[in-house]
Design a protein around this ligand. Sequence first.
Ligand SMILES: Nc1ncnc2c1ncn2[C@@H]1O[C@H](COP(=O)(O)OP(=O)(O)OP(=O)(O)O)[C@@H](O)[C@H]1O
Ligand SMILES: [Mg+2]
Length: 293
Amino acid sequence: MPIRHSIVGIDSPDRLAAALQDAQYIADEGLSTAAYLALALGKPLLLEGAPGVGKTEGAKAIASILGRQLVRLQCYEGIDAAHALYEWNYPRQMLSIRQAHDEYVNIYSDEFLIARPMLDALRHPRDTVLLIDEIDRADHEFEAFLLEFLSDFSISIPERGTVRATEHPVVVLTSNRTRELHEALRRRCVYHWIDYPHPALEAQIVMMRASTVAQDTANRVVAAVGALRAEPLAKPPGVAETVEWAEAATLLNHQGAPWPAAFRRAIGVALKDHDDLLFMQPRLDQILDEAAA
Ligand SMILES: Nc1ncnc2c1ncn2[C@@H]1O[C@H](COP(=O)(O)OP(=O)(O)OP(=O)(O)O)[C@@H](O)[C@H]1O
Ligand SMILES: [Mg+2]
């Protein structure tokens, strides 16, 4: 089978994982395999997972190792095609018509076209990675429109005709799974659920992202965060919170706060919900003691 998006020297999931690690991103076997297959088969990669598990960062790392620019479309409730595709620059068109007097102006030339992420990716499929971030926030209509886009990678601009990609661009979609995505959309993609990382991997991420943190501290934070995630919290800490908690506690420790008080005092970077804080307050010391053991 031909490799659609060949990357020099990357001919297996393991090699992809190594390249991602060079780009400061740790991918386990499941993720590196899904990403490798998506690239090799020329299919979009759909990453689902809880907040803060590294979905967006994963797309950035893929763009980085491919040496491409990441073009990001952030989805939200009410997003429509104009935000995703293109818009005409009306004020500029008006100004040009006024300044042209009687001369002809093509107000539908490139000069007046504002390309949004999806058109950008179609026009430069070799130079970009298109990230469609948090697709679950968009409504069903937009999802249907997206499905069409992912089927034939072409866009119709009524004033200009059809723009078709010369090859399939690399596309990464992410979802926090606040709602189920359409079956048809999933079918188009290679799917991977990103779980919270294994403790050893999460400690590795902490060490990689926060250079001031000692291995011991990283291990403790990871153990404490693991215990917090086992609780019924409204906002369980993501990987970003783990990294920040380790950094913040290290800072306080350097300023004289002993362990585990440094962790306790820096709790505001790990738990960011008042009810969660109140709920955990009575058990926090025990969790921190156990994490140190
Ligand atoms: N596998 C990883 N390797 C390296 N760093 C990671 C990894 N996973 C998460 N991180 C760190 O966690 C931070 C948050 O990750 P990211 O923003 O990608 O999460 P997300 O899943 O997109 O969250 P959200 O759903 O809130 O958008 C990143 O900036 C990075 O520092
Ligand atoms: Mg994200």
